[in-house]
Design a protein around this ligand. Sequence first.
Ligand code: FE2
Length: 163
Amino acid sequence: MNRIDDDLTNSIEMVSDYLDKALIAEIMEEHKGNIMRWSRLARFEVEAYCRTPVFKCSEFEIVVVGWMPGQFTPIHDHAGSFGAVMVLKGECVEEYYFTNTLGKASLLEAATHRKGEISIVDQSTVHRVGNSLASKIRCITAHIYAPPLGTMGIYEEELTANA
Ligand SMILES: [Fe+2]
């Protein structure tokens, strides 16, 4: 496990008794310059996006993800964790979903996050994240989750007559 930014992890540990998503985003913003340097930790694989764990304790974890064009997560929740995602390189597409009582997901809206932007992951967020095939360049993101991610729920997209 890499541990490359003691200032950041110390900042989070100091306030871990009352961590919330706003505080995580604030701390990420405060350490933006250092977090940007983590792009050198990113790895890429042709088969799928690639997660590189940076730090993990009982209260939070930090992961850097490398995305080739066209690579996306499945539609997923965060098993009760909250957190924040910062784009270190390229652009990150995020699609937000609504899930019905049968567990099927319907697209609500999509957003494109650019270098330096931070997206909040709420405890109720169901989304799909990735790098558009049209981007033609690699994307790198840094993720903080509190508590560390458990077993996430994976959802199928509800197909409509127009799909
Ligand atoms: Fe996610």
